[in-house]
Design a protein around this ligand. Structure first.
Ligand code: FAD
Length: 535
C-alpha cells in the first residue's frame, strides 16, 4: 500500500524513470514511481502480440549502450536477470537482384566488414573500417558526454575534434555544418553502402537532410553502428531488472495509475494527483512523460510564465523517430538469395530489405518525413529467435521489423487502419524477392503496429519515440529548449527525466541518470560519478 507522503515522486516507469528512482532511493530519499500502464518499461517492452509463444520487441530492439550504462554496473542488473548476446554479423542490406549484400560486423570482426564492402570498393572498405576504429576510440569521450549534463559546444569545437581525429580520412572541420547525407556521399562512393548508412542515420533520429548533424554522424552514429546487443528473453528484461533494483532499494511502484496533475504551491512542485488521490513529495517531483504533457497538461498554464508556455507549445514532435513495428510469426527464418555470395547475411542481427538502392532509401525517408506513406514497402528486420530460442516456439521463428512512417496525426484513423491492413502484404512481396522462402505459407500470422497506436499505448506523442524531434535547435543544450536544458524547470523541485530532455530517445537511461545528477547537485546528495569510469 503506497504511502501518501514521500521525499520524491517520479511520474512514469519508463527505463529513465526507473533509473532516476533507484538512484534517488539509494541516496536516502523515500521514492514513489507512478505508472499509468499495467507494467513498467514504457518503450522497453516485449510482448506476444500476434501468436502465443512468439515474442516481439514492439519498440526498442538493439541495445548499444549496455557497456557504458552506469545503472547496469551500479545496481548489478546482470545479477537481476539482464543477459545479452552480440551477434557477429550486425547490420546488412540486401537487394532484389544479384548485387552482393553489404554486411557490417561487430567490433573485433572488422576484417569481415572490410571484405564485404570491398566487393564494391576497396577505398570505401578502407575508409569505413578506419572511421569505425577511430569512432570506437572515442567511446569513453562520447560516454562521458552522454552521461553528463549537456554543455554548450560550438560547431567550431566539433569541427576541431573532427579534423583532429578524421582529417586524413577526408573529414574537414566544416563537416559539422553538413547534413548526414552530404557527409555519407562525400566519404563513400558505393550507393549500396550509402543506402545502409542513410538508414542507420535516420534510425538514430538524425534526419539525412538536416544540416548541422554531420558531426553526429561521423562520431556518434559511426561509434554505435554494429555495437548492438540483443537482450535475451526480450528487451523487457532490462525494465524487469531495473524494477527489481528499485524494489531492492526500497522504491514503491504504483502501476495502473495515471498522474492527472502535478501539485504546485507557491511556485514549487509538492506532489501529484492521480486517480483523485494526492501523493505529496517533500523534496522532488520528476517526470518521465514528454515536455508538453508535463508542463502544459500536468503543471498547467496558470503556473507557468509566458515563455515556458510558448516554448512548450513550440516544441516539435516527429517526423524523425516515428516508426511502425511489423511483427511476423514464421515457420523458417528468411533464407536470402544473397547468402550464396555472403552466408553471413542469413545470420545478420539487423537486415534491411525492400530497397533498390540509395536513391530509393532517400525517397522513402523524404516521403515519410513529408507525411506521405512511402511508396516502397521496405523495412529493417530482426529475427531474434536465431540467437534466443525463448523468443519463438521450437522449430519456428519470430521476426520483427521497422518501417519509417508518417507521424500519427498525418493520417486519419481510417487511413491508419488501411495501412495496417495492407502494408505487411506489400513488405512480404518485397521480402520474397530477396528471400524466396518468405511466402505466405511460411507465415503463420503477422501484425503491424503503427505510430497512432504507439501514441495511445505509451503516450509517445505522434509516435515520436524521442518525445521530440532531433533538429539542430532541439538537441544538446537546446533540448528541449535552452531554459530547460539541464533537467530543471521553472517550477521549483520539478525536473524532467524523459527523452524530451538531453540526450533524447534511446535505451541509455541517460535522461534519468543525468536528472539524478542535477537533483544531487541541488539537494547535495551523493554523486553517482565513479572515478574509474569518469562520469
Ligand atoms: C518502434 C521503436 C523502436 C525503438 N528502437 C530502439 C532501439 O532499437 N534502441 C534504442 O536504444 N531505442 C529504441 N527506441 C527508443 C526507446 O524505446 C525510447 O527512447 C525509450 O524507451 C524512452 O524511454 P523513457 O523511459 O524515457 O520513456 P518511455 O519509455 O516513453 O516511458 C515513459 C513512461 O511514462 C509513463 N507515463 C506517461 N505519462 C504518464 C502519466 N501521466 N502518469 C503515469 N505514467 C505516465 C508511460 O506510460 C511510460 O511507461 C525505440 C522506440 C520505438 C517506439
Amino acid at each position: 500500500m503506497p504511502k501518501r507522503v514521500y521525499d520524491a515522486i517520479v511520474i512514469g516507469a519508463g527505463h529513465n524513470g526507473l533509473c532516476l528512482a533507484a538512484y534517488l532511493q539509494r541516496a536516502g530519499l523515500s521514492t514513489l514511481v507512478v505508472e499509468r500502464r499495467h507494467e513498467e518499461g514504457g518503450g522497453v517492452n516485449t510482448e506476444e502480440p500476434v501468436l502465443a509463444g512468439f515474442r516481439h520487441n514492439l519498440h526498442a530492439q538493439y541495445m548499444e549502450f549496455f557497456d557504458i550504462m552506469p545503472m547496469i554496473a551500479d545496481f548489478g542488473l546482470e545479477d537481476l536477470g539482464l543477459r545479452t548476446v552480440m551477434p557477429d554479423a550486425q547490420a546488412g542490406i540486401v537487394f532484389p537482384d544479384d548485387r552482393p549484400p553489404i554486411v557490417l560486423h561487430r567490433p573485433g570482426l572488422l576484417e569481415r566488414t572490410h571484405a564485404s564492402i570491398a566487393r564494391y570498393s576497396t577505398a570505401d572498405a578502407d575508409r569505413y573500417v578506419a572511421m569505425k576504429e577511430r569512432a570506437a576510440s572515442l567511446e569513453a569521450f562520447l560516454a562521458a558526454g552522454l552521461y553528463s549534463l549537456p554543455v554548450a559546444q560550438g560547431i567550431d569545437v566539433q569541427g576541431e575534434l573532427l579534423e583532429s581525429m578524421f582529417a586524413d580520412l577526408g573529414v574537414s572541420a566544416n563537416f559539422g555544418y553538413k547534413s548526414p547525407r552530404a557527409v555519407i556521399d562525400e566519404l563513400f562512393e558505393t550507393p549500396e553502402l550509402r543506402a545502409l548508412l542513410y538508414r542507420a542515420s535516420v534510425e538514430w533520429g538524425a534526419p539525412v537532410d538536416e544540416a548541422g548533424l554531420g558531426a553526429m554522424f561521423v562520431t556518434f552514429i559511426m561509434w554505435t553502428m554494429g555495437n548492438w546487443k540483443l537482450a535475451l528473453g526480450g528487451t523487457h528484461t532490462l525494465a524487469k531488472a531495473m524494477t527489481q533494483a528499485c524494489y531492492r532499494e526500497g522504491v514503491d511502484l504504483l502501476e495502473n495509475t495515471s498522474v492527472e496533475s502535478i501539485l504546485v504551491e507557491d511556485g514549487r512542485a509538492v506532489g501529484v494527483r492521480a486517480r483523485g488521490v494526492e501523493y505529496r513529495a517533500e523534496r522532488v517531483v520528476a517526470s518521465n512523460a514528454d515536455l508538453r504533457q508535463t508542463m502544459l497538461d500536468m503543471v498547467g498554464r496558470d503556473h507557468l510564465s509566458d515563455t515556458w508556455v510558448r516554448r512548450s507549445e513550440a516544441f516539435r514532435y516527429g517526423p524523425s523517430h516515428v516508426l511502425g513495428t511489423t511483427a511476423w510469426c514464421l515457420r523458417d527464418a528468411p533464407a536470402y538469395r544473397a547468402a550464396s555470395i555472403d552466408p553471413d547475411i542469413d545470420r545478420c542481427f539487423y537486415t534491411v530489405v525492400g530497397f533498390d538502392g540509395a536513391d530509393d532509401v532517400l525517397r522513402y525517408i523524404r516521403d515519410a518525413y513529408s507525411g506521405r506513406l512511402p511508396e516502397t514497402a521496405a523495412a529493417g528486420t530482426w529475427v531474434n529467435s536465431l540467437w534466443d530460442r525463448s523468443q519463438a516456439p521450437p522449430g519456428h521463428h519470430s521476426a520483427t521489423g521497422w518501417f519509417f512512417l508518417p507521424k500519427a496525426s498525418d493520417l486519419t484513423a481510417a487511413e491508419w487502419e488501411d495501412v495496417r491492413a495492407t502494408l505487411n502484404d506489400r513488405l512480404l512481396a518485397s521480402w520474397q524477392k530477396v528471400a524466396p522462402n518468405m511466402t505466405r505459407d511460411n507465415v503463420l500470422a503477422d501484425r503491424l503496429y503503427t505510430p497512432d497506436q504507439m501514441e495511445r499505448k505509451n503516450l509517445m506523442r505522434e509516435g515520436d519515440f524521442s518525445n521530440g524531434e532531433f533538429s539542430f535547435d532541439q538537441v544538446g543544450v537546446n533540448r528541449p529548449f535552452p531554459e530547460a536544458s539541464n533537467y530543471r524547470t521553472e517550477i521549483d523541485a520539478l525536473y524532467l527525466c524523459g527523452p524530451s530532455a538531453y540526450p533524447g530517445g534511446g535505451v541509455h537511461a541517460a535522461c534519468g541518470y543525468n536528472a539524478y545528477k542535477a537533483i544531487a547537485e541541488d539537494l547535495q546528495l551523493a554523486s553517482p560519478v565513479q572515478t574509474e569510469r569518469g562520469y
